[in-house]
Design a protein around this ligand. Structure first.
Ligand code: C5J
Length: 221
């Protein structure tokens, strides 16, 4: 029971110790016209995973297990957005600038919101994070400790940036991490593949990866 045929070897799911973390499924990353596209990316790759993330989310809801949604966003005065983050690259728009969906990655703006298909419901945790990792400058560690969670299932975007960073942070803090590999995506397919290869290498050095359908079967068997 609870055994998932994962990479690089079976993952033993213990539902009473497990939470789902959905990373940054925000309009600015996922929808056409958002921040992701202003960086020159094709957001349709990310949009395509919404139904799979929704199935995973529904499975966790039906199992009555904790769900945490993260949003990468900053205070309106940008006091939590260091120049080392804001001034990267050569985008047409930067964090805090006025974009088609409000100020880019600023809390409370339309673009910083979670896509409607995955909207959090009462009882689910919404965590605003200024960094790539969800543990940095947030209460996530305390929230998980209070709930006695030791296993985390991951979904969301982008695989190689905020998802991978949070998995590494979680692994360092002692959590067993399982990535739903068809419920995560990157603007760059080769980066997604490389990330999954990296995290599962060397005997799951960061964590495991498995298909959403297998995770759902284990949750409900
Ligand atoms: C990025 C994220 N890619 N959520 N954010 O800047 O991965």
């Amino acid at each position: 029971m609870g055994k998932i045929a994962a990479r690089p070897f079976d993952f033993q799911l213990e539902p009473d110790k497990t939470a789902l973390i959905i990373i940054d499924m925000q309009r600015d990353f996922v929808e056409p016209g958002g921040f992701g596209e202003t960086l020159g990316n094709d957001a349709s790759r990310l949009q395509a995973i919404i139904p799979t993330v929704a199935r995973l989310l529904d499975g966790f809801r039906r199992a009555g297990l904790p769900v945490i949604h993260t949003r990468e966003c900053h205070r309106p005065d940008l006091s939590d957005c260091p120049p080392a983050k804001r001034n990267r690259g050569n985008p047409t728009l930067r964090i805090g600038d006025a974009g088609p969906m409000g100020r880019i990655l600023v809390s409370g703006e339309k673009g910083a919101g979670i896509v409607p298909e995955l909207a959090p419901i009462d009882g689910e945790i919404i965590l605003d994070k200024p960094g790539k990792g969800a543990f940095y400058a947030t209460p996530l560690g305390n929230i998980l400790a209070e709930k006695a969670i030791s296993q985390l299932v991951f979904a969301g975007v982008t695989t190689e940036v905020c998802v991978q960073t949070t998995m590494r942070e979680a692994n360092d803090r002692g959590f067993d991490c399982l990535l739903a590999e068809d419920a995560t995506e990157s603007y760059f397919p080769e980066f997604k593949k490389a990330t999954i290869d990296m995290i599962t290498a060397q005997g799951a050095i960061v964590g495991w990866a498995a298909a959403t359908s297998l995770i759902l079967e284990a949750l409900h068997d």
